[in-house]
Ligand binder design. Sequence first.
Ligand SMILES: Cc1cc2nc3c(=O)[nH]c(=O)nc-3n(C[C@H](O)[C@H](O)[C@H](O)COP(=O)(O)OP(=O)(O)OC[C@H]3O[C@@H](n4cnc5c(N)ncnc54)[C@H](O)[C@@H]3O)c2cc1C
Length: 397
Amino acid sequence: MARQIDRYLEPLLDEERFAFYQAVCDFGDQEIAPRLLGWEREHVLVPDDAIKKMSQLGLFGLTVNESFGGQGGQHLDLILMGLALGYHSQSVAITPGAAASLGTKPLQLFGNPDQKKAHLPDLAAGKRMFVFGLSEPGRGSDAANPEVTATRDGDGWRIRGEKCWSTNARWASHVVVHALTEPAGRPGHRSTCFIVPMDHPDVHYQEMEGKDVWLQSSTGSIAFDNVHVGNETILGEENEGFKVMVTTLNGGRLFIAGLSLASLAFALDKCRTYAQERVQFDDKPIGRFQRIQDVILDLDIALHQGITWLIHTVRQYDQGSMDRESASKVKIECSRRASELLLLAMEICGGVACLDEFGLMRHMRDLFVCRVGEGSNFALKTLSVRPLLPEISSILE
Ligand SMILES: Cc1cc2nc3c(=O)[nH]c(=O)nc-3n(C[C@H](O)[C@H](O)[C@H](O)COP(=O)(O)OP(=O)(O)OC[C@H]3O[C@@H](n4cnc5c(N)ncnc54)[C@H](O)[C@@H]3O)c2cc1C
């Protein structure tokens, strides 16, 4: 049975883009889906050979300019990759997804020519990966005021503290560290970003233990033990690090919205198949019950609406006309709706939905990350409502 999501995507894309999306779907079907259950049961991260194949497909350099060896695509191409790979596994999709949208993107947006020349070719080829070092054990939503500090030391800086939840840390060559540099500065102008090599002797990475979501994705904590770096490692302007981080997150949130819809698309197809094959009472399929039909139709409507809204918003992003609230709103709504509907999708499949091989449980767990990651939905609502209440925005909490 054809994927229902393709019916909604195809009319929104030109032929070349749709062909690219389908090629990544084929890669996911052939190279990822058959191995996924084994990886999960063996508790392994995305294996190196799968990362290599994704690099060879050009997935790490999708949005990097051709002059640096990338594919010269737009954010839309990255979103299509997320929809295609996320259908089977969000944690596989987030590997090139976070590498591009959170790792390479801040360099593309804020890097100087020397930094771009030094890193972009290897990032595009998948030979390097940057991770996004914003979250800390004591600083999640309150990210503007990091506890990680960078203090001046001679002609450079000393970085101290710990980042956590860093996606792709296992494979990272560098971490973009968001550190407090001007404690007395104006809110939002107190921090600076530094590009720090992961193989620096005073940088210590550990894979976070006990994470039960995004099972094949690497999530690390990274400690900085008085790490000395030079001025040339500063990304963007001094004391403007928060701007680097929040600007980057706009694109990342669109990617998370795409992953949410990929999970929803998988659930819809799974339910359509199951409702037509599973027979109960008089040997007739359960799809004849109206309560089962209701859930399937709700999944379908949410997917159609979500895809249409997301592609429209991503196009605005690529044209430079998207506002920050739009990325937040589409991420909030796609992740909320998909995760609520996933529970109903599981319910209409009954006990079999509890089995790992059925796939819905994986998406159920992973959708939780879509609700909290890249700005928790609750915190993003606080920001997104401000333009709607301009007269009282200063007293909103
Ligand atoms: C698998 C995974 C991968 C991740 N990858 C990365 C990564 O690569 N890089 C990175 O830097 N971070 C990453 N994160 C961290 C993620 O961005 C944070 O978890 C997220 O920002 C929320 O922070 P927190 O978990 O500390 O929650 P908290 O900030 O402690 O929030 C707890 C609760 O309070 C609510 N809350 C907080 N502030 C407000 C507010 N202003 N208004 C209303 N409610 C509020 C939240 O919504 C939430 O419900 C990742 C997280 C996960 C789970």
